[in-house]
Design a protein around this ligand. Sequence first.
Ligand code: IMP
Ligand code: MG
Length: 175
Amino acid sequence: MLKVLLTSQDISAGIDQLAAEITAHYAEKDLTIIGVMTGSIILLSDLIRRLDRRMRVGLIQARSYQGENTTAGHLQVNADMLPEVEGTHVLLLDDIFDSGQTLSELVNRFQKLGATSVRTAVLLRKDRPRDVTLTADHVVFDIGNHFVVGYGLDYNDEYRNLPHIAILPTQDFPS
Ligand code: IMP
Ligand code: MG
């Protein structure tokens, strides 16, 4: 049974606020927003339509676990769809800040690619201890340490199409 944590109205109001923060922070700067696939695709499409300014949009794919695993392993990155980012301000957009490994590794990678600045924005941040020093620059919602699905977030690539965010109870994970 899925329990709704954030309704589509909650999410929409949160993204209005995120768009306002990004607009204020970057002002006239040369901005490239990079969505981390696959979980950020719905967030990316909703966010960029609220940003009335010049900017580039790109995608990178990162996966830290596959299939029915719900704990992170080695990060696989596919940067084939990435635009040129050297000399631009990069904002990495991801669905959730869990261990922080994904965004830590990606921030490093974009710094090496010569971005002028690299910052991060996430829809959700889990309340849990972390080994990484990185903290997300923009967080729309702080949540408990639950496994959540919907609005782009998946379990085994299912549930991404839910318009809201729901908690997937641990008894629903195959053991
Ligand atoms: P991190 O590297 O541990 O911060 O995890 C980042 C990635 O793990 C996210 O981009 C998600 O794809 C995935 N992830 C972490 N927690 C959840 C969750 O509760 N539901 C679905 N995916 C999650
Ligand atoms: Mg995922």
